[in-house]
Write a protein that binds this ligand. Structure first.
Ligand code: PLP
Length: 430
């Protein structure tokens, strides 16, 4: 556990250069690593020695950045992946396979919903989706004997519902399974899910962590706290020998702190290969260095934008947990006392057509299938990221058909509000 504050770790965690070594960790742009003897190499394959042999499994640049993200979340082990989609897939598939079942919040990113409800379902894994604001009884009723995990998002994209961590962690642990939380929107700067009972955190690093819309990437961090051995029968992949990897039993060899990430690396990454390039990890690291500064600015700007929109006659509704009347205001204050994220969602009076007119009128904010980076951007999820959902699924995910997702950047808030003002002026009053 680092003794430094978040801002210091964002700069220094994972790498302390020695005498005469490069100040920035270099990009080790090499697929392979040379050894003197086959025995040297064999010891690496047998996991008896640590070292690098092939970048699909491990690379020094990637591992350095993973170690930083691990420190930021307060975890014991972490890995980077080529996308947030890969991170969520690996995190769940590492412990749930054909014939298993997972409980997930309905309020999750549309791509994750599709991954679970369509693609992983085709792989034989069943998902039960629950309203994140359901009662404890309803949540407990969703579990089955073959349930292997519970999944949620800290701040759901784009519904902006804030997860009740303690309710979800309590139910997961009562049924002997871990809580996996996608912490993309809050980032470890604003929320520390491990402090609230979460066991495994995932990220789309593509968003605030990168922060400049440069690289698609993902991360998984393990708290090291979930006791796989206490539920041996549920998690044979971690607690019994893996014949595909020289009969290693991950919990025995790597302990609770390393078993989950080691298995996901040497088994899933070996077979599925969603490794980010060292160059992309290097760029991600540059983003991480300024994450606390940017998150502060995103949150301050978003607060001003939300307050401005709330008072505007052409705006039907606004949702942002920083607004005192917001459904998630109190919960956000508890789990994210320093702010939530820079994303504000709202409806323009006149519905979908008015929203489209308004978006076309924006000059500074760009319409982009992206969210959570330095430049302000805007999206209409029902016709883009969530277009695979029918109206009922949209409602369950908290995505109204007229919902505009406005990702407030770190430009001067006055310019962002002036852009909103002129675009709204072009929308007919209803
Ligand atoms: N999780 C969340 C909360 C997201 O917002 C996204 C993408 O928008 C993803 C996961 C998927 O990440 P990626 O686009 O990096 O694959």
């Amino acid at each position: 556990m680092s003794s430094y504050q978040m801002a210091t770790d964002c700069l220094h965690a994972g790498y302390r250069p020695g005498n005469g070594e490069p100040r920035n960790f270099p990009i080790v742009q090499s697929t392979t690593f040379r050894y003197e003897t086959s025995q040297d190499m064999g010891a690496l394959f047998d996991l008896e020695a640590s070292g690098y042999f092939y970048t699909r499994l491990q690379n020094p640049t990637n591992d350095t950045v993973a170690a930083k993200i691990c420190a930021l979340e307060g975890g014991t082990a972490a890995m980077l992946l080529s996308s947030g989609q890969a991170a969520n897939f690996y995190a769940v598939f590492n412990i749930a396979g054909c014939g298993d079942h997972v409980v997930s919040s309905t309020a999750i990113y549309g791509g994750t919903y599709n991954l679970f409800a369509v693609t992983m379902k085709r792989m034989g894994i069943e998902f039960t989706f629950v309203d994140p604001d359901c009662s404890e009884e309803e949540l407990n009723a969703a579990f089955r004997p073959n349930t292997k995990a519970v999944f949620g998002e800290t701040i759901a994209n784009p519904a902006l519902k804030v997860l009740d961590f303690e309710k979800f962690a309590k139910a997961a642990h009562a049924h002997g399974v871990p809580l996996i939380v996608d912490n993309t929107f809050a980032t470890p700067v604003n929320c520390q899910p491990f402090q609230w009972g979460c066991d495994i955190v995932t990220h789309s690093t593509t968003k605030y962590m990168d922060g400049h819309a440069l690289t698609v990437g993902g991360a998984i961090v393990d708290s090291g706290r979930f006791d796989w051995n206490a539920h041996k029968d549920k998690f044979p992949g971690l607690t019994t020998p893996d014949e595909s990897y020289h009969g290693v039993t991950y919990t025995e060899r790597f302990g609770l702190e390393g078993a989950f990430i080691t298995k996901a690396t040497v088994q899933l990454m070996r077979d599925l290969g969603s490794i980010p390039s060292p160059h992309n990890c290097f760029l991600l690291n540059i983003g991480l260095e300024t994450l606390p500064l940017r998150m502060k600015q995103h949150c301050e700007n978003a607060q001003k934008v939300a307050e401005y929109l709330q008072g505007h006659e052409k705006i039907a509704w606004v949702q942002y947990a920083g607004l005192p009347g917001d459904t998630y205001h109190e919960r956000a204050k508890k789990y994210m006392p320093n702010g939530t994220c820079g994303v504000v969602v709202f409806g323009v009076k006149g519905g979908r057509a008015a929203a489209e007119r308004f978006m076309a009128g924006l000059k500074l904010a760009s319409i982009a299938t992206h969210v959570a980076d330095a430049k302000t951007c805007v999206l209409h999820p029902a016709s883009s990221t969530h277009r695979q959902m029918n109206d009922e699924e949209l409602r369950a995910a908290g995505v109204a058909p007229d919902l505009v997702r406005f990702s407030v950047g770190i430009e001067d808030a006055k310019d962002i509000i002036a852009d909103l003002e002129q675009a709204l002026a072009g929308v007919e009053a209803v």
